[in-house]
Design a protein around this ligand. Structure first.
Ligand SMILES: Nc1ncnc2c1ncn2[C@@H]1O[C@H](COP(=O)(O)OP(=O)(O)OP(=O)(O)O)[C@@H](O)[C@H]1O
Ligand SMILES: [Mg+2]
Length: 219
């Protein structure tokens, strides 16, 4: 069985006349250690799909198996717990906290982890080294470039050592040389840390850097 299995997933928004069927009978399998791109037109349901995978949203029908276990998200707290233990999320616009430094922003990913301060600090140092942002540790987001901000956001996402990293257009706000750097970092996390990664992208270069591409159709 695959690490992630979606079987006949349906998701729509709205009611009656204004109903939009976003995902229709979607089937998907992703193996542990894969680096997968998701492409599709605007409105084809890419973010909706990531939200379902992250337990932020639930499908109307169908089955979602994560690591061979059926997902059971009954309320918001279940989703928070699931993400805390399993998922890292990276977004296009970084979503950093402006009055936190780089290291404090990364530490956000360890809130409620239950780790000791010593262990937290050790991990923060390790992650900053891996992402080559140690020099920036006391800087505030307002003083960082887009690529630097995204590396901090990736640090926050991976510090809890998630088995699945979900990235929604992570290079969407970056120029092409910075994009290349972020792609390399994502590839390195996939290879070195063994993290399974799903990247939503509109960019062919990003998709080419992945092992395979899943195309969503617009309904
Ligand atoms: N919470 C919601 N309530 C109502 N409609 C929604 C909601 N979330 C998404 N939609 C609709 O579902 C469709 C798919 O949205 P989604 O954000 O998943 O698309 P996307 O593929 O990520 O697009 P983009 O490339 O523009 O980010 C759109 O028509 C959108 O308007
Ligand atoms: Mg989207």
């Amino acid at each position: 069985m695959s690490f992630i299995e979606l079987k006949n997933i349906n998701k729509s928004f709205g009611k009656k006349n204004s109903k939009v069927d976003v995902l229709e009978d979607l089937n998907l399998s992703i193996e542990k250690g894969e680096l997968v791109a998701i492409m599709g037109k605007s409105g084809s349901g890419k973010t909706t799909l990531l939200n379902i995978l992250a337990g932020i949203d639930t499908p109307d029908s169908g089955e979602y198996l994560f690591d061979e276990k059926p997902m059971k998200i009954r309320n918001a707290a279940d989703g928070v717990k699931f993400r805390r233990n399993n998922i890292g999320i990276v977004l296009q616009h970084f979503a950093l906290i402006n009055d936190f430094t780089v290291s404090e922003n990364i530490e956000v990913g360890l809130w409620e982890s239950g780790l000791s301060i010593v262990e937290k600090n050790k991990r923060i140092i390790e992650v900053m080294e891996q992402l080559q942002i140690s020099d920036l540790k006391d800087k505030y987001p307002g003083k960082l470039s887009g690529g630097e901000k995204q590396r901090v956001a990736i640090g926050r996402a991976i510090i809890c050592r998630p088995s699945l990293l979900l990235a929604d257009e992570p290079t969407g706000s970056l120029d092409s040389s910075t994009e290349e750097n972020i792609i390399k970092i994502i590839q390195d996390l996939n290879k070195t840390n063994g993290t399974t990664v799903i990247v939503v992208t509109h960019d062919d270069e990003v998709a080419k850097s992945c092992m395979r591409t899943i195309h969503l159709e617009k309904h």
